[in-house]
Design a protein around this ligand. Structure first.
Ligand code: DHB
Ligand code: FE
Length: 291
């Protein structure tokens, strides 16, 4: 795409956004060859169309918004927002060995540009040149690309703290998405970029409400993410926790990806919802950008 004003010069653009749960057991099911088992078959069949679409729409780079689960960041140091500016990121050992998936190649130039632009727009990003990436990032890649010997594009890990309180509000995530959109539109190379939001949907992994799933909340979240994202971004964090469980707060990350989309209504390429997978509801959307 070409810049609208000034000298005609090629710039980067956001072609689509992808939203998906990142359940670690999905990664294990894939890695252990269990995708055809009756429990998992309905989950993976929901991503069949996604893989077909993705095969035709591989971007140059993905800004992959996810949360680290005390893997790269321990309680010693918890950044609210962190951008991976390194050349490569290895799949993490989360206690049962690293997943047998390819290393993740970053895009240091685009990542550094986004960091510069977004920080100058008043968002505090932590710059991460070296870290391992956990299921929050690798499971979405597996769901969308299957099991290739190398990931087909560059991936910029963008980690959000939704593990240790205080967590960022949906409104701040939405505004951060807007700032990422602006940064990408100022990058002077005609890259096709996707922004992914991962985590969710409703789930709670601990305490008396462990196992909580709220289908009504999840479906309404998907409806509003498509049609009223700015209104949805006003929802306070306590509503996520009450309605979608303590880990349902991961859904604020979807607002970063949605905030990066244009103001025009997106094209809904695919929508999928399934319960259960492990302890959570699986939610998934692909939205194409209409500039
Ligand atoms: C589960 C889901 C998650 O999102 C996660 O990060 C860890 C575990 C689960 O369903 O078990
Ligand atoms: Fe998670």
């Amino acid at each position: 795409m070409w810049a609208k004003s000034g000298k005609a010069s090629p710039v980067a653009s956001i072609s689509a956004s992808v939203y998906t749960s990142h359940i670690p057991a999905i990664g294990a099911a894939l890695d252990l060859g269990k995708t055809a088992e009756p429990y998992w078959q309905p989950v993976f069949s929901g991503y069949q169309r996604s893989k077909e679409w993705m095969a035709k729409h591989v971007p140059d780079a993905i800004v992959l918004v996810y949360n680290d689960h005390a893997t790269a960041f321990s309680l010693d140091l918890v950044p609210t927002f962190a951008i991976g500016t390194g050349e490569r990121f290895m799949p993490a050992d989360e206690g049962w060995g690293a997943r047998p998936v390819p290393e993740v190649l970053g895009h240091p130039e685009l990542a550094a540009h986004i960091a510069h632009s977004v920080i100058q727009d008043d968002f505090d990003l932590t710059i991460v040149n070296r870290m391992d990436v956990d299921h929050g990032l690798t499971v979405p890649l597996s769901l969308m690309f299957g099991q290739p010997s190398a990931w087909p594009c560059r991936v910029i890990p963008f980690a959000v703290n939704v593990v240790l309180y205080p967590v960022p509000s949906g409104r701040r995530c939405w505004n951060l998405g807007r700032a990422i959109r602006k940064a990408i539109a100022l990058y002077d190379e005609p890259l096709k970029v996707q922004v992914w939001g991962t985590g969710g949907m409703s789930h709670q992994l601990q305490g008396p409400r462990a196992g909580l799933i709220n289908r009504e909340f999840d479906q309404s979240f998907l409806d509003r993410l498509i049609a009223d994202p700015e209104g949805l971004a006003q929802m306070p964090h306590v509503d996520y926790v009450r309605e979608a469980g303590s880990e349902g707060i991961e859904l604020v990350m979807w607002l970063i990806a949605r905030g990066a989309m244009s103001d025009r209504a997106p094209t809904v390429v695919h929508r999928f919802y399934h319960v259960p997978a492990s302890n959570t509801a699986v939610g998934h959307l692909i939205l194409e950008n209409n500039e």
